[in-house]
Every structure is written in C-alpha cells, then in structure tokens.
Ligand binder design. Structure first.
Ligand code: NAX
Length: 327
C-alpha cells in the first residue's frame, strides 16, 4: 500500500459529489493501492446533509477509504490536500446577469484559493468543476498557487464529443484519439475533430464525417448537451460530470495514454494565440504528473475563427472579474 492521499471535495452534499466521492473512495482516481482521506467541504446549511453522505461512505466499507471528515471551514477542508475538486458553486439564478454570477462565485473561489495556498500540500492539484469553471479557476489561480496546478474541467465536453463521434462513425470510443475542446466551458466552446483519428487504422475522422454534420449537428450538440440533459432528465448532468472529473484527475496523476491527448482548461502560456493567463481549454498531455499543452498543431481559418470566438467569451468574463476587483 502507498501513503494515503488527502482529497478535498467541495459541494460535498450536491449531486455531482454524490457520485464523485464514491468513485474516489473506490480507487478510481489514485489507483487500487493508494488509500484516500476524504475532506468534505460544505456551507454550514448543508453540513448535515454532507454528514449523511459521510455515513454512506462509511457504510460502503471501501477498503481504500482511510478517513472522512466533514467541515464548513476551508482552512480545515484544504489542510494538507494533495488534490482538490472544487465542485460547490453558486448556481445561476433565473434572470441573473453574468456579472452577478461572477461576483457571487468570486466570493466563493477567492477565499477557497487563498485557503488552498495557505493550507494544502505545495504540489496540490486543483480541478475546478463549479461554473463558470474557467473563470472561477482564474480566481483560484490568482491566490498564487504553483503554475499549472489549477485547472478547470472541460473533460465532460471532451467525453461528450467522443461519444457523439463514436455513435456517428461506428468507431468505438476506445479507438478514438486526439479529440480537442478549445476555450470556455460554455456554449462558445469549440469541440474540434481536425486531429481526431482511429488508433486502429490511422484514419482521420474528418475524412469520414461530413463537414455539414460537424458544423450543424456535432459542434452545437456538444456545446448544448448540458441543456439537453436538463430538458430530458429534469436535472443537470451529475454522474457524467463526476466521471469526467475522475478521468481528469486520474490522467493528471497517472499520465495520458501514448499517442493520445485530452482537453484541459488551464492558464494559457500564449499558445495558439490565446492571451497569456486566460484559463482556456487546450489539447494536453500529462507528462511526469504535469499537464503540457500539445504544441505545433496546424490551425485552419475555420478553427481560428471558432477559437477566437470562445476566447472572446473568456476575455469578457475576465474583464468583468477584473472590474469587480476579484483578480
Ligand atoms: P448542486 O447544487 O447539487 O450542489 C452544489 C453544492 O455546492 C451544494 O450542496 C452547495 O451547498 C455547495 N456549495 C455552495 N457553495 C459552497 C461553498 N462555498 N463551499 C462548499 N460548498 C458549497 O450542484 P451540482 O449538480 O453538484 O453541480 C455543481 C457545479 O458543477 C455547478 O456549478 C454546475 O454548474 C457545475 N457543473 C460543471 C460542469 C463542467 O463540465 N465543468 C458540468 C456539470 C455541472 O453543470
């Protein structure tokens, strides 16, 4: 058995955490030989519900679950954290303006970023799931966490894109490599199949799928899949979001498969014309436990226009949080 890892999950009484916590406790992120200590962070009003989740974690008798602690104090919740899943966020109220949403979430993610910087392990890995995820991550990163250690989740969009292409092409998901989601986890995101290939044959999927299907069905469907789920399920994506969070952290820790990459939102280093510091989704490989943006991909005119549009969306959010003094 390895040394136990300490993992903090915020929004622990919410619906994503109700799936995510059990996947982590079962070994889905850190592997079958690494015990986990879970820290469940909630707001005071939801601590009792989080206590109930902790009771269920206990009842599941997971062999790898070393400890569970519930708290509403970020200093306690992030103490010694090796990994942090920031799931809890303020949902968008009916008719709420974007600035209101960003201000409310700044009030959550600013203090959490500072608590992580002050109390978590020096090499903590942070994944922001709570929306607006990219901009919330930029607020966390502003607390002075190590470069490359704060990310936001576009892996659900990535997985949704793989599933749509697999269904349309008949190529199993397991054989699809090099999907990319660019930009913001919002309706402006750009799921891009330009580099997508069938690992078994080397065939480019862009040669098999019609450009009309990609432009008129695939891209809008992936970008609006969250709303489609709410329409049909009557609640937002939860288990699929938890699964994507598990995939993200798993690959960060264990590495991405040879020849493949995944989509990760992280502060830009200026690659692909995305302004430095903007938390944007890129094709990334995990090498020796660190995310690296895949370099040197050719970007055509249509891709450029779509990347620029989602970057403009991120810049508008960044301008708002700057004007609110949140970064
Ligand atoms: P729920 O409303 O079920 O749960 C959220 C939980 O967060 C609540 O229990 C609430 O008490 C808690 N919370 C609020 N403020 C907190 C704080 N300051 N500290 C700790 N906990 C706090 O939402 P759920 O369905 O679990 O979704 C959580 C977030 O994920 C939402 O912001 C949602 O929009 C976002 N999503 C992001 C996705 C992505 O791909 N990046 C996809 C799924 C999801 O929509």
């Amino acid at each position: 058995m390895n040394t136990p890892v300490t993992v903090t999950v915020t929004g622990a009484a919410g619906q994503i955490a109700y799936s995510l916590l059990f996947r982590i406790a079962a070994g889905g992120v850190f592997g079958p030989t690494t015990p986990v200590r879970l820290r469940l962070l909630e707001i005071p009003a939801a601590v009792r519900a989080a206590d109930g989740v902790a009771m269920e974690l206990f009842d599941a008798a997971f062999p790898l679950l070393a400890d569970v602690e519930v708290t509403d104090d970020p200093a306690v919740g992030f103490d010694g954290a090796d990994a942090a899943f920031l799931v809890g966020a303020k949902p968008r109220g009916k008719g709420a303006e974007r600035a209101e949403l960003l201000a409310d979430n700044g009030g959550i993610f600013g203090p959490q970023g500072r608590a992580i910087a002050g109390h978590a392990a020096d090499d903590v890995r942070v994944l922001v799931v709570g929306n607006p995820a990219n901009t919330n991550a930029s607020i966390v990163a502003a607390a002075g966490l190590p470069a490359g250690h704060v990310t936001a989740m576009t892996r659900l969009d990535h997985n949704r894109a793989l599933a749509q292409v697999s269904a349309a092409s008949g190529v199993p998901v397991a054989r699809l490599q090099r999907m990319t989601v660019w930009g913001n986890h919002s309706a402006t995101q750009f799921p891009d199949i330009a580099e997508l290939r069938d690992a078994a044959t080397g065939e480019r999927l862009a040669d098999r799928l019609s450009p009309e299907w990609v432009a008129d069905e695939f891209i809008p469907r992936v970008a609006r899949r969250g709303s489609e789920i709410i329409d049909v399920r009557g609640a937002s994506s939860a288990a699929s979001a938890a699964s994507a969070a598990v995939d993200h952290m798993h690959d960060w820790v264990h590495g991405t498969p040879e020849g493949d990459w995944v989509s990760v939102a992280l502060p830009s280093d200026g690659s692909y014309g995305v302004p430095e510091g903007l938390v944007s989704s890129f094709p990334c490989c995990s090498v020796d436990g660190e995310w690296e943006i895949v370099r040197g991909l050719e970007i055509g005119a249509d891709q450029r226009a779509r990347i620029d549009a989602t970057v403009a969306d991120l810049q508008a959010e960044a301008a708002t949080v700057r004007s609110l003094g949140l970064v």
